[in-house]
Each structure stands twice: as C-alpha cells, then as structure tokens.
Write a protein that binds this ligand. Sequence first.
Ligand code: PEP
Ligand code: MN
Length: 307
Amino acid sequence: MDPEQFTFDAIDSLEPDAEKAAYESLTSLKLVRKRATGERTMVRVGNVEIGADRVVVIAGPCAVESERQVMQTAEAVARAGARVLRGGGFKPRTSPYAFQGLGVEGLKLLRKAGDAFGFPVVSEAMSDTQVELVAEYADLIQVGTRSMENAALLAALCRCRRPILLKRAMVASVEDLLEAAEYLLANGNPNVILCERGIRTFGKLTRNTCDIVAVPLLHQLTHLPVIVDPSHATGRRSLIPWLARAAVAIGADGLLVEVHPSPETALSDGTQSLSIPQFECMMQCLDPYLRLWAEERALSLVPAVAR
Ligand code: PEP
Ligand code: MN
C-alpha cells in the first residue's frame, strides 16, 4: 500500500472477509448496517451536522439546576467551541433520594440558554409520556443508558419528529445497541446517533469501562454516527480529557461532556463534571487530535448524507 494513500478505510478494504464475518450474526439489522457503498448518515441537530466533516462537542451540566448555572455554563462552553448544549430536566437517578431534576422548568431554562448562545439543545426523555414534552423544548432527545431497552419509550420516539441520541445500556453488547437503533429506524425515525458511555465491569476506580473499540467497530458495522461520553464512561474528572482524546483519535463523530460552573456543589454527577477552566483546557488539548481527525475524514471518498 502506498503510504501516501493511507486511510483506515483502505485497511478495511484489505480485509473484506472480516467485515463479512462480523455481519454474519447480524442478519436482523437491515437498516442500520453499513451499505455496500460505504455511505454514512449525517444527523442534523438544529443547525449542527453530526456525522459529517467535524467532530461535534456537546457540553453542559448533567442536570439543569438554575438559570444562572445553565446560562453561565452555556456561555463558557460556547466560547470554548462546543456546538450543542446539554442539560437534564428529567434525571434518571440510581438513588430515590438524589436530585431528580427540575422537570419542565429545567427544559425551559435549557432552551432559553440554547437560544441565548445559538445552540441546539439535547435533553433526556425517560418515558414515553415525556417524549412530546421534551420534543417541545429539545432539538435532540437523549435515551439514557437505563432506557435503551424501554420498548414503549422507543415506540414513542419513532413517531417523534426529533433526532435521537441513543446511549448504550450499561449491560448491553454492541449488537444490542444496534438492535435498539434498528427498532427506531424500522419504525420511522432515521435520525439516530449512537453513544458509547461505558459499560459495567468489575473495577471500582472508574464508574464504568469505556468500550473504546466499539467506535471503529460500530463505524464498520453501521452508517450511523457514533459519539463518546467520557464523563459517564469514567466518572472521574481527571480521566475525561484523556478519554476525550482517545475518542477523537479513534474516529468518534462527537463527544458528550458534563460541565458545571462549580462541580463541588453540583446536584448531580459533580465528580465527573469538568469546571469551566478544565473544559477550556480539554478543548485546547484536543486541537491537534481534531485536526488529524478532519484530515482523515477528508480522505474518505464517500460523503455523509442526511436521511
Ligand atoms: C446523563 O447524560 O446525564 C445520563 C444520565 O447518562 P447515562 O444515561 O449514560 O447514565
Ligand atoms: Mn450525568
């Protein structure tokens, strides 16, 4: 192979049987599987394209806590280069005693902050009955790790006009994640972004274990965009910039990062929320990786298309 012509697509094409073998057990994935043309799907979230020619950083607080908190975060992450604002209104918490979110009030504040800084926004719907409400305020609807297999929620999302950010369940295989995405596509919603957010393993020093190779594996198997959430994948602030770099280096289409103006007082996920200066630092350190990513993506002969 001519080193000048080096691309990761070229490596894949040297190994056609490997891809065929990986597909063998995936006969039910008719719509999510990568087509022979190699065409990728680009998902539009407001005015932002995910899966196209730039890594998209989605950032914001785990939960919306107050107008001041979300505005301050939005202003800072916009300045640092994030392109979508995140923030939970309805929070799925492991403990019933933990902060459950501001609900619709949180969604309104998120929308207000998004509009103030020109961001599309993403927020989670936990149940089928919340879908319409979340869709009213959010440009992208998140399916959380605890909900990937919630059939009633997925059914409501198929009928909804918004794109979906589908997080891998913490005890789900890559095939399970693709099955959930197939369900959405098969029932009328073609705009799905996949998210690797770490799976459960046995260590106690990180909250989850990031299955980082799921990124290129998914890119081999499906045309859908794939992003990584280094915040939930690690649960530790100090590891997030490292995993963010790894995710970009391995070809992720985007990152989902939790940021809080005062992580020590955050009402949810404080230990994994970057402070504003830490987020700025993470973005600066990503720069060379983003450039390499863009060069690599530009070599791809197959453009991404909107569905
Ligand atoms: C979140 O994004 O804040 C969240 C609850 O994510 P997950 O469902 O991946 O735990
Ligand atoms: Mn969180």
